[in-house]
Write a protein that binds this ligand. Structure first.
Ligand SMILES: Nc1nc2c(ncn2[C@@H]2O[C@H](COP(=O)(O)OP(=O)(O)OP(=O)(O)O)[C@@H](O)[C@H]2O)c(=O)[nH]1
Ligand SMILES: [Mg+2]
Length: 240
C-alpha cells in the first residue's frame, strides 16, 4: 500500500536532512514536510530535499498562527487530497526511528490506526531525564483512566492511519494543540469504532534542536481527558 509520511517541522535544520532519506529508504513512502516558517531555515532545507527527491518529497509552507495542531491539520488535509492509502505522521527530531515504519505499515493492513508505542513493553525511552519520563508515564496512565482509551501510548506522535479512518476523524474539527491534539484525534478514532493497535518502538530523545513543549500545552493536555470523558463511548459494531 502507498504511504505518505507527514513530518511537521519547526527549527529542525540539523535533523531533517538525516531523517528524510532514512524515511524514503525504510519503505515505499513519500514525504510531506509541514514547516511553519522556521526561523532557522528548515523550510528552505526541506525545499532542497524536495528538489533532490522529485516526486517523493513535498513541502507545505504554512503561515498564520503557529502550532503543532495547526500543522497536523494542514498536513493531514493535504495528504487526503492525494491518493495515498496510508498516511503516517512522525516527529522530525529523530526521536521516531523510520526503521519502525515497515512494521507499522504492515499492521495497517488489518487496523485503521497504528501507534508507535513507547510503553507497550515496559518503558522504551532512551536519554530522557527522569522528570520527562515521570511526566509522560503519569500522563498516559491518567488519560487511560479518565477516558478508558485502550492504548498504552496515547500521546505518541508516531502513527499510521488508513485514509478512510483519517477522513472520518475530521481533523479540522480538533482545536487543541500538541499532545491534547494527539489524544483527541486518537479518542475520536476510538469512538468511531476504528480498529486500533500498537507497535513497540524505542524512542530516543532529540540530540539537536529544542523541544517546543510549553506549559500551556501541558495545561490543555491535563484538561482534555475530562472533556473527552463526556463524549459517547465507542460503537458496538465498528463500521470502518
Ligand atoms: N510545523 C510545525 N511543527 C512543529 C511545531 N511545534 C513543534 N513542531 C514539530 O513537531 C514535532 C514534535 O515537536 P517536539 O518539539 O519534538 O515536541 P516533543 O517531541 O513533544 O518534545 P521533545 O520530547 O522535547 O522533543 C517536531 O518535528 C517539531 O519540529 C509548530 O508549531 N509547527
Ligand atoms: Mg520530540
Amino acid at each position: 500500500m502507498s504511504a505518505l509520511v507527514v513530518i511537521p517541522t519547526y527549527n529542525e535544520r540539523d535533523s531533517l536532512p538525516e531523517l528524510v532519506p532514512k524515511v524514503l529508504a525504510a519503505a515505499e513512502t513519500r514525504v510531506l514536510v509541514v514547516d511553519d516558517e522556521s526561523p532557522d531555515g528548515t523550510g528552505q532545507i526541506a525545499d532542497e530535499l524536495a528538489r533532490g527527491h522529485p516526486g517523493r518529497v513535498e513541502v507545505l509552507h504554512r503561515s498564520g498562527p503557529r502550532g503543532l495542531g495547526h500543522a497536523y491539520v494542514a498536513g493531514l488535509r493535504r495528504a487526503l487530497e492525494g491518493d495515498a492509502e496510508l498516511i503516517c505522521q512522525m516527529d522530525a527530531d529523530l526521536s521516531h526511528d523510520p526503521q519502525y515504519l515497515p512494521a507499522m505499515i504492515a499492521a495497517a493492513g488489518s487496523h485503521d490506526l497504528v501507534i508507535g508505542s513507547r510503553y507497550l513493553n515496559g518503558v522504551s525511552v532512551v536519554n530522557w531525564p527522569l522528570h520527562r519520563l515521570v511526566l509522560s508515564t503519569f500522563a498516559n496512565r491518567y488519560i487511560r483512566q479518565v477516558t478508558g482509551l485502550p492504548v498504552t501510548d496515547c500521546t505518541s506522535g508516531f502513527r499510521c492511519w488508513r485514509r478512510e479512518a483519517l477522513e472520518r476523524v475530521h481533523m479540522e474539527r480538533i482545536r487543541s494543540q500538541g499532545y491534547a491534539f494527539l489524544v483527541e484525534a486518537l479518542h475520536t478514532a476510538w469512538i468511531l469504532g476504528c480498529r486500533l493497535t500498537e507497535v513497540p518502538i524505542i524512542f530516543v530523545e532529540r540530540r539537536t534542536g529544542a523541544s517546543k513543549l510549553t506549559s500551556s500545552t501541558l495545561f490543555e493536555s491535563a484538561l482534555m481527558p475530562w472533556r473527552l470523558r463526556l463524549r459517547r463511548r465507542p460503537r458496538a459494531n465498528p463500521s470502518v
